[in-house]
Ligand binder design. Structure first.
Ligand code: FMN
Length: 149
C-alpha cells in the first residue's frame, strides 16, 4: 500500500495526486489518497508519497499543516518508513517548493528513508504538472519496495 499524503490549496496538487494514484493502481500497486493526513491512520512501516504545493512564504497548504505539526511533535520511530516527495511551487518565489522540503526534513529527521530525490514542479514550466509527474513516476516505481503492491 502506498499512502499518498496530499497538500493542496487550490487543487493542482490534488489533481496530480489523483493522476499519480490512478497510474500506480494501473501498475499493480494499492494506493490511498489522504486529503487530511493523520499520523495515526498511516502505516509507519509503509511507503508514503507526499504530494504538496507551497503557499504563503514557503508555507504548507492548510490541509496538510496539521499533519506537519503532528510529525514535528510526535516521537514515534519512522526508521522503517520509505518516502518520496513531489512538490508544486513557483520559481518566482524565493521559497521555491519549501513545503515539500519542510516535510522531507521532518520525515528524514525521524529516520524515514528517502526513496528518490524529490520532484519539484515549477508552475512557470509550460507543461501541465500532472504530465511532469506522470513522466517521472516510472523512476519512483523502479525504487519502490517490492512488497508495497
Ligand atoms: C498566494 C500564493 C503563494 C504562493 N507561495 C509559494 C511559495 O512560497 N513557494 C512556491 O514555490 N510556490 C508558491 N506558490 C505557487 C503554488 O505552490 C503553485 O501555484 C501550485 O501549483 C499551487 O498548487 P495547489 O493548487 O495544489 O494549491 C504560491 C501561490 C500562491 C497563489
Amino acid at each position: 500500500m502506498i499512502d499518498i499524503l496530499v497538500g493542496s490549496q487550490m487543487g493542482a496538487a490534488e489533481y496530480v495526486a489523483e493522476q499519480v494514484a490512478e497510474t500506480l493502481v494501473q501498475a499493480g500497486y494499492e494506493a490511498k489518497l489522504h486529503l487530511k493526513p493523520e499520523l495515526d491512520h498511516l502505516n509507519p512501516s509503509g511507503v508514503w508519497l507526499v504530494i504538496t504545493s507551497t503557499y504563503g512564504a514557503g508555507d504548507l497548504p492548510d490541509n496538510i499543516q496539521p499533519f506537519a505539526d503532528q510529525l514535528a511533535q510526535d516521537r514515534r520511530d519512522l526508521t522503517t518508513l520509505f518516502y518520496a516527495v513531489i512538490t508544486l511551487g513557483d520559481s518566482g518565489y524565493d521559497t521555491f517548493c519549501e513545503a515539500g522540503r519542510k516535510l522531507a526534513a521532518l520525515l528524514s529527521g525521524r529516520g524515514a528513508i528517502s526513496l528518490i530525490n524529490a520532484l519539484e514542479i515549477d508552475a512557470q514550466q509550460t507543461e501541465l504538472p500532472e504530465d511532469i509527474a506522470l513522466r517521472w513516476l516510472p523512476e519512483l516505481i523502479k525504487v519502490l519496495p517490492k512488497k508495497s503492491g
